[in-house]
Design a protein around this ligand. Structure first.
Ligand SMILES: Cc1cc2nc3c(=O)[nH]c(=O)nc-3n(C[C@H](O)[C@H](O)[C@H](O)COP(=O)(O)OP(=O)(O)OC[C@H]3O[C@@H](n4cnc5c(N)ncnc54)[C@H](O)[C@@H]3O)c2cc1C
Length: 380
């Protein structure tokens, strides 16, 4: 059985960032590291967006940036600057093409394209099984997400941020490449929280996505019909061709995924609960968690202790409780926040960076009753 100090399962956002962080750090030069993924990572299977202030570590890979956003709804049409933030788009393929070859060059890292079919933690090692081999690792970092785990419990509701999108090329110049449509709730809500998300690359190219924060996925045709209708109405029925499609379903839950970590098996990325429960944004947080995890390893601390509690989890929990019970309230909550407060403050809040005074401003923007009621239900 081939033995490794560390095995990283999954070379996606979290796996590749962790492999790179370990590979370039002299501290881990004597550690043998195996990276396993079932996929060769040659497809542009997703587009990551995130916001940050000023320059960032992915800037050389970033495909497009926006300094202002549009938020629309039943009663709101707001174009606004997000300074000091910039909204940045990173294509999956550019990320994989940069990080995978880099990771492969580290002498202590072995990359193997194989599917993991089983993982068993023993007293002194972890057995990782693929169709052709059983590998042993002293520690395993896994990005395999098992949706049945949060589904088994009732304490923390589980919604999905699910979306289907088309990368379009239009005949006419219809998009404003200077502004990303962050949330447009003007689409029929049908009892849910539904919005359009538009990322224009040029006047004739954009990624247009139909997005929901809700419990159940839709039939593919419903996402497609909704995008078609939006383009007809919003962009004067312009003709277009579809260049790429994208689908995603990201868990939105405050379920404490970290409780499944042991000192040998540690969950990273979505599997580790690194997705922001109230929005599904995961990428930027992953890029922030990885260096913290590396420092934790270097300090020799037990992996099961890597977890930070934060009051933001409580805000997320209240919002999810509301959306789980009354999914149709989402548009009202987000619209009133963006109507009454600066977009940059909301982004700061969603990044878990605000202070208590700023949080008070945010939580008093929407109608208070649903939050008070959710708070009472949680407390009692
Ligand atoms: C289409 C899409 C768009 C998204 N857009 C955004 C966004 O704009 N902003 C944002 O913050 N977040 C976004 N997310 C959410 C999140 O950032 C991504 O899902 C991110 O890729 C999660 O990183 P991860 O490492 O947890 O999982 P992944 O990046 O999905 O990596 C998991 C890896 O595990 C591999 N794998 C799976 N099963 C096995 C197996 N059995 N054996 C071996 N390997 C296996 C997969 O091939 C994959 O490479 C998006 C997600 C999707 C799906």
């Amino acid at each position: 059985m081939p033995n490794y100090d560390y095995i990283i399962i999954g070379a996606g956002a979290a796996g590749l960032l962790l492999a790179d962080a370990l590979g370039k750090d002299e501290f881990f030069a004597s550690k043998s590291i195996l990276v396993l993924d079932k996929d060769n990572k040659t497809q542009n299977d997703r587009t990551w967006c995130f916001w940050e202030q000023g320059k960032g570590s992915f800037d050389d890979l970033v495909h497009k940036t926006w300094d202002s956003i549009y938020v629309g709804g039943q009663q709101l049409q707001k174009s606004t600057s997000i300074a000091p933030y910039t909204y940045k788009m990173l294509r999956g393929i550019d990320f994989y093409n940069h990080f995978l070859p880099k990771v492969k060059t580290y002498p202590n890292i072995t990359w193997i394209q194989e599917e993991v079919t089983d993982m068993q933690e023993k007293e002194n090692e972890v057995l990782v099984t693929t169709p052709s081999q059983i590998y042993t690792g002293k520690k395993v970092f896994t990005s395999l997400y098992d949706a049945s785990i949060p589904a088994k419990q009732k304490e923390f509701p589980v919604l999905q941020q699910h979306f289907f999108g088309w990368q379009l090329k239009t005949d006419q110049s219809v998009f404003n490449p200077g502004e990303a449509t962050f949330m447009d709730f003007s689409v029929p809500q049908k009892g849910n929280t539904r919005f359009m998300y538009v990322l224009p690359i040029s006047e004739t190219e954009a990624l247009v996505e139909y997005t929901l924060f809700s419990e159940h996925l839709l039939e593919k045709t419903e996402y497609e019909e909704s995008i078609k209708m939006y383009i007809e109405e919003k962009y004067n029925d312009t003709q277009y061709t579809i260049q790429e499609t994208e689908f995603g379903s990201i868990p939105m839950t405050c379920y404490p995924f970290h409780q499944h970590n042991t000192n040998r098996v540690f969950h990273i990325g979505i599997a580790g609960g690194w997705a922001k429960p109230s929005t599904g944004y995961t990428f930027y947080n992953t890029s922030q968690q990885v260096p913290k995890l590396v420092s934790h390893l270097k300090a020799g601390k037990p992996l099961s202790e890597f977890h930070q509690r934060s009051r933001f989890m409580f805000y997320d929990m209240l919002l999810l409780d509301i959306l789980y019970e009354n999914n149709h309230l989402g548009h009202e909550i987000f619209e009133s926040m963006f109507k009454r407060r600066k977009a940059s403050l909301i982004l700061k809040f969603l990044e878990n960076e605000t202070n208590l005074w700023e949080e008070l401003k945010i939580v008093t923007a929407p109608k208070p009753m649903p939050f008070i009621s959710a708070l009472f239900k949680r407390l009692f």
